[in-house]
Design a protein around this ligand. Structure first.
Ligand SMILES: Cc1ncc(COP(=O)(O)O)c(C=O)c1O
Length: 287
C-alpha cells in the first residue's frame, strides 16, 4: 500500500505531497502541529490532542481548517488509507497561502497537512537501557505552551544531543532550572520517591502524556510536585525520565555524562510506562 499524505483536501502520494512556496508555514513558521500516537488502529488521547490544537490555534488567532467533526473524519480517512495499525499521525495547520507579508492576510485560509508514519509497537531498546541527555541553554521564545512549528531551537538542541552521542537535550532557563526536552517533557523522582515535573505554564508545552502521567500518579497514590527542578537536582535524583506521545515514558540514565543513580532505568519510570501500556490496551479494546 503506498504511503498517502493529506494536503488541503486531497489525498496524495506521499512522495509527491507539497504545499505552495508562499504557504506561511514555509515562510514564517506561522503554524501549529500535533503528533498523535496510533495504536492498533486507535488514536490515543485524540480529544486532548484536538483540545490542545484548538488552544494553539486560538492563541495565534488562526482558524481551524475545517470543523472539528470533519477533522476527525479526515484523520480517520488518512489513517485508513495508509493502512498502518501502529504509527504516528502528524497534523499541521498553518495560516495558509498568501503573498509574503508579515501581518495576517485579510482573508486567511488555513492550510492542513496530515501524514502517517509507521512505528514499531513496543520498541523496548530505549526503555530497557535508558537514554542519555545533555543540557543546553533554553533559547526559545516565551510562549512554549503553543505547539508552534517554529522548532529551530529544538532542532539545534536535538542535533547537539546527537553530536554528543545522546538522545535528547534538556533545556535550562535563565534561572538554571530545567524547562523540558526538545521533543519531550522532563521528569525526576527525588530521594523521597516524589515525582517532580515543571508546572505547565508558558515555559513548557503541556504534554498530553505529561497529563496522563499525572493522572496515573494520582490513581496509583504516587506523590508528585509540579515545580521547576535544577540540573543539579536532576543529577542527584533517584530516577529521571522523559515523556511524549511517540514513546510515552523513556528512562533517562545519564545527564551530561553523569549516571543517574545506578545508571539503570528506575522502577517508577518502568511502572508508569507499563501502566500507560495497560491504559492503551484497555482503550483499544473499549473503542
Ligand atoms: C517541546 C515538547 N515538549 C513536550 C512534548 C511532549 O508532548 P506530548 O506528550 O503531548 O507528546 C513534546 C512533544 O512533541 C514537545 O515537542
Amino acid at each position: 500500500m503506498p504511503r498517502i499524505a493529506y494536503v488541503n483536501g486531497r489525498y496524495v502520494d506521499h512522495r509527491a505531497a507539497a504545499v505552495h512556496v508562499e504557504d506561511r508555514g514555509y515562510q514564517f513558521a506561522d503554524g501549529v502541529y500535533e503528533v498523535i500516537h496510533l495504536f492498533r488502529n486507535r488514536l490515543i488521547d485524540e480529544e486532548p490532542h484536538l483540545d490542545r490544537l484548538d488552544r494553539s490555534l486560538r492563541e495565534l488567532d488562526m482558524a481551524w481548517p475545517m470543523g472539528r467533526a470533519a477533522m476527525r473524519v479526515a484523520m480517520r480517512e488518512i489513517v485508513r488509507r495508509n493502512g498502518y495499525a501502529t504509527g504516528l499521525l502528524y497534523i499541521q495547520v498553518t495560516r495558509g497561502v498568501a503573498p509574503r507579508d508579515h501581518k495576517f492576510p485579510q482573508l486567511p485560509m488555513s492550510s492542513l497537512v496530515m501524514t502517517v508514519r509507521p512505528i514499531p509497537e513496543f520498541p523496548d531498546d530505549m526503555r530497557e537501557e535508558g537514554v542519555a541527555v545533555v543540557t543546553i541553554d533554553d533559547i526559545r521564545w516565551a510562549r512554549r505552551d503553543i505547539k508552534s512549528i517554529s522548532l529551530l531551537p529544538n532542532v539545534l538542541g536535538k542535533q547537539a544531543a546527537a553530536d554528543a552521542g545522546a538522545y535528547e537535550a534538556w533545556m535550562i532557563d535563565a534561572d538554571g532550572m530545567v524547562t523540558e526536552g526538545t521533543s519531550s517533557n522532563a521528569w525526576i523522582v527525588n530521594g523521597e520517591g516524589t515525582l517532580v515535573t515543571r508546572p505547565a505554564d508558558h515555559d513548557i508545552l503541556r504534554g498530553i502524556t505529561r497529563q496522563a502521567i499525572l493522572r496515573m500518579a494520582d490513581e496509583l497514590d504516587i506523590a508528585f510536585e509540579e515545580r521547576p527542578f535544577s540540573r543539579d537536582e536532576a543529577l542527584g535524583a533517584r530516577e529521571a525520565f522523559m515523556s511524549n506521545s511517540s514513546h510515552f515514558v523513556t528512562p533517562v540514565t545519564r545527564i551530561d555524562d553523569n549516571a543517574i543513580a545506578n545508571g539503570r532505568p528506575g522502577s517508577l519510570s518502568t511502572a508508569l510506562h507499563e501502566r500507560y501500556l495497560d491504559f492503551m490496551k484497555e482503550f483499544q479494546k473499549l473503542n
